[in-house]
Design a protein. Structure first.
Length: 470
């Protein structure tokens, strides 16, 4: 007998909170074979919960078809493993989606040999609390999203040594991009591909889709030992938000490679190689901590073109779009080998605001920009044995910000810091700091707003993400 669950709410986020995503005694008895699972899926209606008994299953070449099935926002069709990680799906394929909506897949261990794809004719598909360790095949992208309103949350993507991407957000046709993808509280770790590129953890778009707004949200994800590419998070679309993530001990950083109008806020990039690299127009880079990086912490990129545009050649689109009109404010860069630097392509960045940041290092040069046009530098604090470099003298003070390195790896202000209440920028409105504390009317320089209260946000640990996360 089916158990039908009806809940209230119209948004995927509401469904994520309300629908139980582990099998329970109230669920129907688990099905014990793939043929029984397929039969249950083929007859599923909104609100159904289908449980597959724990075990290792070799999926036939046709896959487990989820086609022509539609739940609703209030009552998705949910396909569950009996216990998290207790169902292992191996073989050529696993689930094959098509013409479906409001489907949730939870608790599986994916070990297949081909890509798991959510095609463009599928909407509001959710992959949650799964473990992805697909075959270590060169060039295989593990999960590709082409449909709209997909949610990828609380999964593990881990352990590969070959070229290929853990998670790709793509889209229909050649220029559109999937809309409103949510990538939340996933754990990406141990990608050991040593090549120059091609091993990103997340690629959000591609060069041909760069001018399309994706409105994607990438938040509260943990990246550890993501060494497959200099870009752990590679943004190649427009209008996205990348916030509250932790990148630790990784070759890759967060790179806005193509596209415009993305916000990068409240991220911790700790102890790896590269930090943030910016191309394109009108980005906001706020409240980030970049600390202990052995490569380039923050790069304001130059371009092979001033602006990407419709009608340009494929080769032109693959080039670099100079970083124009970015706002880089309230960030703390501490103890990095190369703190803030530029590049030397034909088109220099222009119209960038660099305000109210703390740049501190014991070696090297704090600011090493190449040619720039129309930059506005104000309210920054520079400190340490590193040379100031070529920031304009009117754009900073050389004064000890009294940073303290706390046990969680975050550099915070000490009492009496000259950074307290010293920020100069009035827009954009920034209401919180890196720790989640309110900024107030008189803001502090750097990512931390001085407070004696416990942080509301800290660098993420494995307990905060993945299948067992809250």
């Amino acid at each position: 007998m089916r158990r039908r669950t009806f809940i209230t709410g119209t948004l995927l986020g509401a469904v994520a909170t309300a629908v139980p995503l582990t099998a329970s005694a109230a669920d129907p008895a688990p099905v014990g074979s793939l043929s029984a699972l397929q039969k249950a899926i083929d007859g599923a209606v909104p609100g159904d919960r289908i449980v597959l008994a724990d075990g290792t299953y070799t999926v036939p070449s046709g896959g487990i078809r989820v086609t022509g099935r539609n739940g609703t926002a209030d009552a998705p069709i949910t396909i569950l493993a009996q216990s998290r990680g207790g169902v292992v799906l191996q073989g050529e394929r696993s689930f094959v989606f098509g013409d479906c909506a409001d489907i949730t897949v939870s608790g599986f261990a994916f070990r297949q040999r081909t890509t798991l794809e959510i095609p463009a004719d599928c909407r509001r598909v959710r992959l949650t609390r799964n473990d992805f360790r697909l075959a270590d095949v060169s060039g295989l992208d593990w999960v590709i999203v082409r449909g709209d309103d997909v949610k990828i949350d609380r999964n593990r993507f881990h352990d590969r040594s070959t070229e290929g991407i853990f998670l790709v957000v793509d889209g229909p046709g050649s220029t559109a991009v999937a809309q409103r993808t949510q990538i939340i509280r996933n754990h990406f770790h141990d990608h050991r591909y040593p090549g120059a590129n091609g091993g990103e953890s997340i690629r959000l778009g591609v060069s041909s889709r760069a001018l399309s707004d994706a409105d994607a949200l990438v938040e509260y994800n943990l990246f550890e030992r993501c060494d497959g590419d200099p870009e752990a998070v590679s943004v190649k679309s427009s209008g996205n938000t990348v916030r509250y993530n932790t990148v630790r001990d990784s070759r890759g950083g967060i790179v806005l490679r193509h596209g415009n109008g993305t916000t990068v806020e409240g991220n911790h990039l700790l102890g790896g190689v590269d930090g943030l690299r910016l191309y394109g127009n009108d980005h906001l880079v706020l409240n980030n901590l970049l600390a202990g990086l052995s490569g380039r912490a923050l790069v304001i990129g130059s371009g092979t073109t001033r602006d990407h545009h419709d009608g340009e050649s494929t080769e032109e689109r693959r080039g670099h779009d100079a970083c124009d009109r970015a706002v880089i404010a309230y960030n703390t860069l501490a103890g990095n080998a190369r703190t803030l630097s530029g590049e030397t392509r034909s088109y220099p960045p222009r119209g960038v605001v660099v305000a109210d940041n703390i740049l501190s290092a014991g070696t090297g040069t704090l600011v090493a920009m190449a040619e720039t046009t129309g930059f506005r530098w104000q309210g920054n604090i520079l400190w340490g044995a590193a040379a100031d470099g070529n920031a304009p003298a009117t754009g900073y003070r050389r004064v000890d910000p009294r940073l303290r390195a706390d046990p969680d790896g975050v550099y915070r202000l000490s009492a009496g810091s000259p950074a307290i209440n010293a920020a100069t920028l009035t827009t954009p409105a920034v209401t919180q700091d890196l720790d989640g504390h309110p900024r107030g009317g008189s803001r502090d320089v750097g990512a931390d707003e001085y407070s004696t209260l416990a942080p509301l946000r800290r660098p993420l640990t494995p307990a905060d993400v993945g299948p067992e996360a809250t």
